[in-house]
Design a protein around this ligand. Structure first.
Ligand code: B16
Ligand code: MG
Length: 209
């Protein structure tokens, strides 16, 4: 499947860069301010999940309830902290093999897109100095429905001018693998085979390819 693809669509967090650790620090600080603990294990449940849905999960863990306006203010506070953390990101934080793999695809004429839930994706690509490698960037600002809905990958495929069967999705989260399959695409899972059961192929990182 990798030999014949015309388009490659990459998730961001967990595939290109490990931003989960910065999300964790910011969410932990928010939980601390509300008086409860938020652990790394809890944080696993937020991977690939949208910002507002992540907040709902975190508040359920702490057994706290708030109205919509309060929740929007909290999400905003968390994001400001997160953006502060990722402001010092640079190329050295690219996951192993990312630049080499993307450059190799470009050299072969494969179109490249980003398909991420993050509203900070453009900022992160700039920080990592890889924005120029992407033909299309579809992120949380462009789509309404979160993974496992296929919208993010369908939009990316359309922006590349390709058909779903020509595209391969690279994803680290279960919901993202489900979204890629629901879009009618082949999916390369990045992580553990027991978690990413529905992927067509599972690898530990792009350095393997
Ligand atoms: P933001 P991905 C996801 O990125 C993260 O995995 C998830 O933890 C985060 O809540 C989500 O982006 C939204 O991010 O708050 O920056 O809009 O894996 O879809 O690239
Ligand atoms: Mg991810």
């Amino acid at each position: 499947m990798l030999e014949h693809m015309k388009g490659a669509i990459f998730d961001l967090d967990g595939v290109i860069v490990d931003t989960a650790k910065y999300h964790y620090l910011a969410w932990r600080s928010l939980a601390g301010g509300l008086g409860f603990q938020f652990t790394e294990e809890h944080n696993e449940r937020l991977k690939g999940v949208s910002r507002m849905r992540s907040l709902d999960i975190l508040l359920a863990i702490g057994g706290r309830e708030f109205n919509e306006a309060e929740k929007l203010a909290m999400a905003d506070k968390k994001n400001r902290l997160y953006v502060e953390y990722i402001s010092s990101l640079d190329e050295s934080e690219l996951l192993p093999g990312v630049r080499a793999y993307l450059s190799g695809l470009r050299a072969r004429g494969v179109a490249i897109a980003l398909g991420s839930a993050s509203k900070n994706a453009g900022f992160i690509l700039d920080k990592l100095n890889i924005a120029g490698l992407f033909d299309a960037v579809v992120d949380g600002n462009k789509v309404a429905r979160a993974k496992p809905d296929p919208e993010v990958f369908q939009t990316a495929c359309r922006e590349l001018g390709l058909q779903p069967e020509d595209c391969v999705v690279f994803e680290d989260a279960e919901a993202g693998v489900a979204a890629g399959k629901a879009a009618g695409m082949q999916v390369v899972g990045i992580g553990k085979p027991e978690v990413l059961k529905d992927a067509d192929l599972v690898i530990s990182g792009l350095h393997e390819l």
